[in-house]
Each structure stands twice: as C-alpha cells, then as structure tokens.
Write a protein that binds this ligand. Structure first.
Ligand SMILES: C[C@@H](O)C(=O)SC[C@H](NC(=O)CC[C@H](N)C(=O)O)C(=O)NCC(=O)O
Ligand code: NI
Length: 146
C-alpha cells in the first residue's frame, strides 16, 4: 500500500488554483473534465514531487470542482495538509502579499499555518533546521484558528 492523494472539494476553481499554485507553489500535473458527472478534477503536486507524481501519480492533491454550486460544511475533523518549504519566511511573505491570512505566523522560524479559500488548513514546515526568528514574523500574533 502507498499514499496517492488527498481530495479537496473547491467552490471556485480559478480562485483555488491561484491559491494552491500561484501562492502556495504547487504545480498542476493533469486535469480531468467529466461532462456526465459535471465536475472537473485537477491534480497538483509540489515541485520536488513532480517527477514521482508523473511516474506514480503520487503524492498529489486532487481538487474537485463540481460545476453545479454546492455548499461544503463540516469536515473540521479533517486536520491539515503539511508541506516542507525551502524558506518559510519567503513562502509566508508570498502568501501574505497574495492576500492570504497567515493564521499561525512562523514566529519560531519553523512552522506556519494558512487556510485555502475553502478553509482547508495547510501546515508549512521549514526544510532542515529552523530559521532564526525574524521580524515581522517573530512578534506577529495568531489570527483566528487554522
Ligand atoms: C480520480 C480519482 O482520484 C477520484 O477520486 S474520482 C472519485 C469520484 N469523484 C467524483 O465523482 C467527483 C465529483 C463528485 N460530485 C464529488 O464531489 O465527489 C467519487 O467517487 N467521489 C466521491 C467521494 O466521496 O470522493
Ligand atoms: Ni481521488
């Protein structure tokens, strides 16, 4: 057995791709349009996983966009998706510049949390050793929950 993907239902595909790809940094590896089912699947992979994703189709995030509007509630038993990033300060700055709230800022130079446009919690962890605490992150308070 091996891990394949995590599926997330999204309410706006363009808004979601701007967050998951342009701001978070994932890459679209393939998509499937299903006319009969009236939905689109978009598979995303992190840059360092692209080769493996192309070969094994894993590990990926599967965005599911239902063409007919639906309201997605609950799911708070779901925790988060976690990614290692080369520079947690640069990643958080790119997300913040793109209008994403940094719910749990990287005060420790190691860990941050944000949420996707549909409220999916995402953990960002510094690759390797934590960075030295640096402003504005070191004194930035949490914003809500993640
Ligand atoms: C391609 C493979 O990875 C899938 O997950 S397809 C699973 C299939 N997805 C859909 O039918 C998408 C549209 C549907 N309206 C939905 O929102 O799920 C499926 O069986 N989905 C049910 C599920 O609970 O995942
Ligand atoms: Ni799936």
């Amino acid at each position: 057995m091996r891990y394949l993907h995590t599926m997330v239902r999204v309410t706006d595909l363009d808004v979601s791709l701007r967050f998951w790809c342009d701001l978070l940094g994932l890459r679209e590896v393939r998509r499937m349009e299903n006319e009969a089912g009236r939905f689109t699947l978009v598979f995303l992979a992190a840059p360092k996983d692209l080769d493996r994703s192309a070969a094994e189709r894993s590990p990926e995030v599967e965005l599911t966009y239902n063409w007919d509007p639906e309201v997605y509630t609950g799911g708070r038993n779901f925790g988060h998706l976690a990614y290692k990033v080369d520079d947690i300060y640069a990643a958080c700055q790119r997300l913040a510049d793109g209008g994403v709230t940094i719910n749990r800022p990287p005060r420790d130079g190691r860990m941050a949390f944000v949420r996707s446009p549909d409220g999916i919690s995402i953990e960002l962890l510094q690759e390797g050793e934590p960075q030295a605490p640096a402003e504005p992150w070191a004194s930035m308070p949490n914003t809500g929950t993640w």
